[in-house]
Write a protein that binds this ligand. Sequence first.
Ligand code: APR
Ligand code: ZN
Length: 359
Amino acid sequence: MWEVGQPLDIREVDLDEPKAGEVLVKIGSAGICRSDRHFMHGDAPIAIPVVLGHEGAGTVVQTGPGVTLASEGDQVILSFVPACGRCRSCLEGHSNLCDLHGATGANMLDGTTRLHADGKDVHHMGKVACFAEYAVIPETGVVPLTDSIPMDKAAMIGCSVTTGVGAAIYSAEVKPGSTVAVIGCGGVGLSVIMGAALANASQIIAVDIREAQLEFAMRFGATHTVNAADQDPVRQVKDLTGGRGADYTFEVFGSGDTTKAAYDMAAKRGIVTVVGIAPWGQEASINAVDLVRNEKTLRGSYYGSARSRTDMPVMVDLYQSGKLNLDDLVVRHYTLDQINEAYADLDRGEIGRGAIMFN
Ligand code: APR
Ligand code: ZN
């Protein structure tokens, strides 16, 4: 991506060898996630030029000096928060919020880039940059698979699945028998639904503005659907929950309005979890008295509050034991040359997740 608002340019760039603590990964698959789209549209800031792509999986083909966490030949899931392991957030067990990763942004952990083109530094989205045949990634940003699983499913665990399932089971800690509403049923929202189903929620209400997404959501554990294009979703969710509202609500689109709706449709003592990334600067207004009198909790969830290196293997196990339906999640496959079409399909609201496959 050279400029905001322009199609992605598919071309050769220079990639340095991995430095100390880094690995070279041959990418197997990369997911078409809305987070990259936010950068292409300028809804979120990122250093440019940049190689996008943060939901991926591949095979380690070279290790830099001192690497101990992965070996050549390992199949790996990529984590877009390669944690330093030493900062306060990491030490407190919140490696998804690594301070050093936050401070170095779309550069490697030492603040420099391994990508270059036309004499310029090119940045690495999430230190992953997997819309590419090869990527140099910090060793803490790769999670080796002990059993081989299809690369497109592994890629999904790198973002949408861990983000969504994690939001339900690690951030909100959905309880058995509870009621849940999920606003936005793309790849991440469907994963929240799968997480709520895994936690044995009794009622899972899928909310979207597209009928096809809603029908699709039933395959992942949704028990009810609400089309927010023609009905007030707050009213509908209240009606479906006997007037109470849902015990757990999730915002999984990314806007101030849907955040407010998630807040308003929550029950007394409800937990409102915001997963979607709204355009930079957008705000959501909530009724400050309602917050107190109904003892609601409003919280954000980044990367499912998961610790990649320990929690992604859990997602792999859940998939292998048939408890996460990743086989139905990825419905469209593309080559890297088709990436702009893949994003046009996302904009059109094609159901399920798309993934780029590499040879
Ligand atoms: N109300 C309900 N659903 C909506 C609304 C709305 N007003 N507007 C859009 N949607 C639905 C879309 O129809 C789509 O099904 O939200 C869904 C969003 O899905 P995707 O575009 O596939 O996005 P996804 O990749 O799942 O990411 C969702 O999570 O990680 C973040 O940055 C990511 O903000 C993004 C969010
Ligand atoms: Zn993503």
